[in-house]
Design a protein around this ligand. Structure first.
Ligand code: AP5
Length: 222
């Protein structure tokens, strides 16, 4: 008997390493990675009305209103691939109302990973972050530099990755994160995110494996 696929939420301050860890989780566990920020940036790139409105809020480091975000994520989550392979929700929910929208649909994670990184490291991570538009890979000029000149020359920076904007994003994060903690209290695992990428992943990997084992045991004993 096979257990249901794994359902994972990952949260943490801006630049705490959510995207970086999601890449590693995705390749090991085969989960469908759904990033609210990436979905919003895709809307902006497509030039849609929602994208235009979303950008106004993202530029101020504020949460994009629920009427744009909630359905966007819900639709992605309910696609067959996410239901079959399991999902990894990155940066969603970020508020009480977003979590409640999922609760209403009876959508709950097996595990809620909260990455914990001291504020003073976050600004440096944000301003040094670069993205490869070809592969989507996340780099950092100091901590994960590009492998060669060709990649280095095409790297881009996010419009909200300035010191000023990350401070606003941080404020928004702290205003909202508390309200999630009570909802997911029974499945929250706090992971220290200020270690080397591979060491952070080793801890997450351990937690996910244990979560998966528990699910399998439950099915076996049912
Ligand atoms: P989003 O795109 O989700 O941004 P964020 O939460 O600010 O998180 P980031 O993507 O900046 O960081 P990350 O944690 O993924 O870190 P990364 O792995 O890249 O959201 C953007 C905006 O969209 C929000 O401000 C909001 O307006 C809107 N939005 C999104 N979701 C929403 C929602 N649910 N509701 C409403 N609005 C929403 O790492 C950062 C850097 O650090 C990289 O350079 C990386 O190489 C480096 N790094 C990573 N790990 C390590 C390590 N262990 N050691 C050293 N360096 C590291």
């Amino acid at each position: 008997v096979k257990a249901d696929p794994l359902k994972v939420m990952i949260a943490g301050a801006p630049a705490s390493g959510k995207g970086t860890q999601c890449e590693l989780i995705k390749s090991k566990y085969g989960l469908v990675h759904i990033s609210a920020g990436d979905l919003l940036r895709a809307e902006i790139a497509a030039g849609s009305e929602n994208g235009k409105r979303a950008k106004e809020f993202m530029e101020k480091g504020q949460l994009v209103p629920d009427e744009i975000v909630v359905n966007m994520v819900k639709e992605r989550l309910l696609q067959p691939d996410a239901q079959e392979k399991g999902w990894l929700l990155d940066g969603y929910p970020r508020s009480y109302s977003q979590a409640m929208a999922l609760e209403t649909l009876n959508i709950r994670p097996d595990i809620f990973i909260l990455l914990d990184v001291p504020d003073e490291l976050l600004v440096e991570r944000v301003v040094g972050r670069r993205l490869d538009p070809v592969t989507g890979k996340i780099y950092h000029l100091k901590y994960s530099p590009p492998e060669n000149e060709e990649i280095a020359s095409r790297l881009t920076q996010r419009f909200d990755d300035t010191e000023e904007k990350v401070k606003l994003r941080l404020q928004t994060h702290y205003q909202n994160v508390e309200s999630l903690l009570s909802i997911y209290e029974d499945v929250i695992v706090e992971v220290k995110g200020d270690a080397l990428v591979d060491d952070v992943f080793a801890e997450i990997d351990k937690q996910l494996t244990s979560s998966l084992d528990k699910k399998t045991e439950m099915v076996a004993s049912a």
